[in-house]
Design a protein around this ligand. Structure first.
Ligand SMILES: Cc1cc2nc3c(=O)[nH]c(=O)nc-3n(C[C@H](O)[C@H](O)[C@H](O)COP(=O)(O)OP(=O)(O)OC[C@H]3O[C@@H](n4cnc5c(N)ncnc54)[C@H](O)[C@@H]3O)c2cc1C
Length: 384
């Protein structure tokens, strides 16, 4: 049997259980209020850090727990089951910290210690107002200045930008050179030249804190270059397969919660003298969502297994993200339908999960970009 969970250690299982407890006791009762108030739950990130959820993959050398990718996947699935937006914010903080610790040339011990406690929040900034899917087209520039760099440009749609103090920022060092010129820098919000913009207001996902910032003659020190030109683009692309996989896992978690909510309601609610699920059409719709969920889980677990082993997960990650987003969108809408108007109430998670599943169609590469990966693979495989 294909079961990636058998590889989890006792420590990893305990961390996943902690994430589940935090999600149920802390996130679930607050998530809708965050959404209704368009509120970025800054304190919740601190509390999640205190619960030991922000440094799962951070190496033990940096004070982290050094757990594997599958443990991280399961932990953040458990949180996404209650609120994908908060889960996504926390995992972006987690990943930014892990990468800064891994790639920094200078001494970042104090910074990592502050990030582990949630005093400083991290984010990773690729997207710009003029470049999303076409990452190689970014216009933020990094110009050599003595032994440092001067950065200028704008970033948009960056998770945690509402509050982030430590940014992994991608910039072009040689305009016109495409991906070969892209490098990654550690950028700090406290320094002159960093101008935060108001976070975006959009449907769903307030806890993601997505927004933007401008860099106006921002000076980065030499040792703040995290990835040199060319390697920056490759590092971003390497990390994105893991991200696509956990976004797929979050979609599975949301659909799973939706199916449970709808099934519980529809076994009680009676229409025309019978529980809703005694009507075959409704029962079959729910069964279809359950089958889709099974398939999405298998694709996701396959990708997770490859990511954990350090293999080439490009194709597996593209398949699972595309499919999991699609079935979550359809399945969550079908679950609402099954419950009648009741399913729309914000006392249930369905509407929030449905909107957040739509966010997942864009984060870490849109559905069309996944299709590009899959389509290109087919062309290469079958071209003469
Ligand atoms: C909630 C949220 C959080 C995010 N967090 C981050 C973050 O932390 N850091 C970060 O850097 N970015 C982040 N993003 C940005 C995200 O990565 C982009 O939204 C995504 O890359 C798509 O870019 P775009 O929205 O600019 O769409 P565009 O690139 O403008 O694309 C427009 C449309 O064209 C489609 N398209 C693209 N390429 C092709 C093609 N070759 N053929 C056909 N159609 C195509 C797209 O799929 C889309 O439907 C976030 C986005 C959201 C919604």
């Amino acid at each position: 049997m294909f079961d990636i969970d058998h590889s989890l250690t006792e420590t990893e299982r305990a961390a996943i259980a902690r994430a589940g407890d935090f999600a149920t006791a802390y996130v679930a009762p607050r998530a809708q209020a965050w959404q209704d108030a368009y509120e970025f739950p800054r304190q919740a990130l601190v509390d999640a850090c205190a619960a030991g959820l922000a440094d799962l993959e951070l190496s033990t050398a940096h004070g982290g727990q050094g757990l594997g990718f599958i443990a991280k996947l399961r932990a953040f699935e458990a949180i996404a089951r209650q609120d994908m937006a908060f889960s996504f914010s926390l995992i972006n903080h987690h990943n930014s910290m892990t990468r800064i610790a891994r790639d920094a040339k200078g001494d970042v011990r104090d910074l990592i210690a502050a990030m582990r406690q949630g005093e400083i929040i991290g984010c990773t900034a690729l997207t710009e107002p003029g470049a999303g899917s076409d990452f190689a087209a970014i216009k933020t520039t990094a110009q050599k200045d003595g032994d440092g760099w001067i950065l200028n440009g704008s970033k948009a749609w960056i998770t945690n930008a509402a509050v982030a103090g430590a940014v992994i920022c991608y910039a072009q060092t040689e305009p016109g050179s495409g991906w070969r010129g892209i490098a990654a820098f550690l950028v700090r919000d406290e320094r002159a030249g960093f101008v935060r913009e108001a976070p975006f207001r959009f449907h769903g996902g307030s806890a993601i804190g997505a927004g933007g910032f401008r860099l106006e003659n921002y000076r980065a020190k030499a040792d703040e270059m995290l990835q040199p030109p060319g390697a920056g683009f490759k590092a971003a692309m390497a990390g994105i397969n893991g991200a696509r996989t956990y976004v797929a896992g979050m979609c599975c978690a949301m659909l799973d919660a939706g199916i449970e909510t709808a099934a519980r309601y529809a076994t009680q609610r009676r229409i025309f003298g019978q529980p809703v699920l005694e009507h075959q059409g409704q029962r079959w719709a729910l069964a279809d969502s359950a089958t889709d969920l099974e398939a999405a889980r298998l694709l996701t677990d396959k990708a997770a297994s490859i990511v954990q082993q350090g293999g080439d997960a490009v194709l597996a990650a593209a398949h699972c993200k595309k499919f999991a987003v699609r079935v979550a969108l359809k399945g969550l809408a079908d679950c609402i339908q099954l419950m009648g108007a009741e399913g729309l109430k914000n006392t249930h998670v369905l509407g929030r999960h449905l909107t957040n599943a739509k966010l997942c169609a864009f984060t870490d590469g849109s559905t069309e970009i996944q299709n590009e990966r899959i389509g290109r693979f087919l062309m290469e495989k079958f071209s003469e």
